[in-house]
Design a protein around this ligand. Structure first.
Ligand code: HEM
Length: 145
């Protein structure tokens, strides 16, 4: 049995490695802009913003709520992204602004649910478009939209 012991250890080590390898090759690293997910999520946000800018009222309420949910999920994707070569503190600023954006979409959603359509439309026309501009002035290399 003593003679077999080294083989047992080597076998166990190989099994351990085999168990580790598939996990490491399948686990997805943090998303990067190279995946195209950032552009895609921004385009999704843009479609949502355009739709919301058409105006929210009692008739369009359900569609607006759906659009806001889509917009929120796009913000969640963008939060995992790193646009170009940001320094760590710039990346924090980028994420902070997206948290503000997510919170703002929740405020709009709250206003819609409360039936306060004037408030909701004001938030979209003034604050949402301003946050888009601020985010792009600060973090987008060249303005495309
Ligand atoms: C309502 C809010 C927003 C809308 C509708 C929006 C929309 C867009 C659109 C249409 C693009 C161009 C995507 C493409 O390359 O095809 C873009 C790019 C970008 N946006 Fe936004 N955006 C919003 C808010 C923000 C905020 C708050 C930030 C920063 C915190 C931000 C950061 C960026 C960056 C860094 C890019 C460049 C992505 C790249 O090409 O690498 N955006 N956005």
């Amino acid at each position: 049995m003593k003679k077999l012991l080294p083989f047992v250890f080597v076998g166990a080590a190989a099994l351990g490695l085999a168990a580790w390898m598939p996990a490491s090759s399948t686990s997805r690293p943090t998303l990067t802009a190279a995946d195209g997910a950032l552009e895609e999520s921004m385009e999704q946000m843009n479609g949502c913003l355009k739709s919301l800018l058409k105006g929210i009222n009692a008739e369009t309420k359900d569609k607006a709520l759906e659009t806001l949910a889509k917009m929120q999920s796009a913000v969640l994707v963008a939060k995992l992204e790193k646009p170009h070569d940001l320094k760590p503190e710039e990346l924090l600023g980028y994420r902070r602004m997206l948290v503000d954006l997510l919170a703002l979409t929740c405020r709009v959603e709250g206003a819609v649910l409360d039936g306060k359509f004037d408030d909701a439309n004001k938030l979209v026309k003034e604050e949402l478009t301003k946050l888009k501009k601020d985010g792009h002035d600060k973090f987008q290399k060249e303005e495309k939209h």
